[in-house]
Design a protein around this ligand. Sequence first.
Ligand code: GLN
Length: 282
Amino acid sequence: MKTYNQLIHEYKKIFYDKGLSPEVVKAFIYELCNEKNINLYMDMDKEVNEDIFIKFNEGIERLMNNEPMNYVLGYSYFYGYKMIVNKDVLIPRPETEELVGLILSQYDTYYKGQSADLCDVGTGSGAIGIALKKEEDNLNVYASDISKEALEVAKRNCINNECSITYLLGSMLDPYIENNIKVDILVSNPPYIKTTEDVDPSVYDFEPHVALFGGEDGLRFYREIFEKAPLILNDKAMMFFEMGYDQKERLSALAKSYFPMADVEVFKDINGKDRMLMISIR
Ligand code: GLN
């Protein structure tokens, strides 16, 4: 059996020759070792554990096919919480962790110590709703998705993270309207990529399109939410959305047209890209 070092070197070269990022190889082995409580850096010159070797061989082909590593591993981390991911859900992005951070800081400003009802529309893996509830127990969290399969993943993630959330199946705000649910805070990372936009093959070929594409102008689901939001929002309310880096002007104008009395603000992500929209009605 080869050592970790040899295995990494061998496959790094293969990846390099195929024009793929060689760093993926070590990162993958590192994760597999972590699962078995093996410290890769201490054991570099030891023989590869047999179970790890089997998992490595199963996964490495998929990685060579450009499949995102989190799907191969079957999990991802979001705001420090482990989340199961599979082809039915988008892999949670670091930008979305920033959205959670923004919501938590705004909650501290406007609701500190008070309970508030919040909904996560299009929850996917459940990441946003779960992280918010784990970080702020005063929130009463609802989360919904149009995909039954995604909702199953979200429910599993909720249980695994010992969290408490009410899940609803349905398109955008419909399940809240049907169940007469009113909220103080609406959160959504809707599909916002333009149908015509070029998307990296590792995203396009593997991630669920229902979670990615937001119609010709990318704004279809914001429009849908803005239109029906008054039916589920309490008098004083806030809305938070993730958005595409090039949507600031169009999306702010759209928000202003639906909510002329509200404060509309766009925040940048850590890369300096316009990424989060906040609408506050008070
Ligand atoms: N940020 C994602 C991407 O670039 C898109 C997420 C979304 O449409 N909500 O792949």
